[in-house]
Design a protein around this ligand. Sequence first.
Ligand SMILES: *Cc1c(COP(=O)(O)O)cnc(C)c1O
Length: 358
Amino acid sequence: MPNIIINLKKIQHNAETLRALLQKKNLSIIGVTKVVLGNPVIAKVLTQAGIEYLGDSRIKNIIKMKRNKINAKFVLIRVPSASEIPLVVQYADFSVNSELEIIKMLSTEAIKQKKIHKIIIMLDMGDLREGIYPSNIDKYIYQIKKLKGIKLSGIGTNLKCFGGIIPTNLNMKKFSNIADELEKKFGLKFKFVSGGNSSNMNWLMSCKDTGKINNLRIGEALFLGHETINFQPIPDLHRDSFKFTAEIIELKQRSLRPQGIVVSNAFGEKIHKKSLFIIKKKKRFRKQALLNFGRQDINLDGLRPISNIKILGASSDYLIIDVKDNEFKIGEVLNFNLNYEALLRAMTSPYVSKKFID
Ligand SMILES: *Cc1c(COP(=O)(O)O)cnc(C)c1O
């Protein structure tokens, strides 16, 4: 079975470092656990590093963390579905929202459960994913203020997710000004003015005045140690908290080109006979290995081999590599680093075993 080796010490170090970094700028942090599916062992490490708020996009992950007695406040960071309202009110301390219809359902359910459900209103500052346009926000707040069982705890925005828009001094200042105006106009004090995600790290480090922005929701930087605009390392963070390992299950000399009539691979992707492998003159064979995982467990372009091999492709269940000059054996374990999507896929695959080390 392939493994994902999870180094808890490194994750804890990253969490402590980022929490302190944000605190220096007077920002709180929501540790975003969706990439690790709300794994309780990892969530616990984040709380031990002093992170008070955990955010996840899936209510199921929040329920898992709550049931495992993770001592944190939970923020649902995807807007709730109508079908999950009772669970959201029961398990999430906060949810992000952008639809009045959903907020009304949350209100009705909160009254029923004798609870106050806290919401963060998302604003679209240009990335075109979730959120209300800033010009409409007043209308929403008038309506929300009338609802029982609902407390408006803040506003949030999310960039670099759909439209690829990056946080800048300009759009962050605009967002901060909106928070300021709303607090004054409606006599509110926002617990969260949540400026964004790991793509805000460069803005945060270079910015002298973060204005009203008092929070970021951070996942990728926490787990992989980089910002997400240029994917540059953040000083003093570990970039190798996760390692993917898999076994060689076949090792053979193979022809450089497929033999016979070529159409497409198992996924219907066109194969061009000549372009499949780089053909070195004089070389007639290459040494190929199969590894015990495939597209069901990972996205190919997110895999970075640690040894000097070349990934040729993958079907559902096999990774196909050129072993180059390595002297591998059957059963030998190869190591890979993962990008965010590959980490998400590997964590989600039931066929990848999760191993923790300290
Ligand atoms: C995933 C997500 C985050 C965290 O993003 P990272 O790039 O992993 O830091 C923050 N906010 C929302 C709404 C998200 O969906």
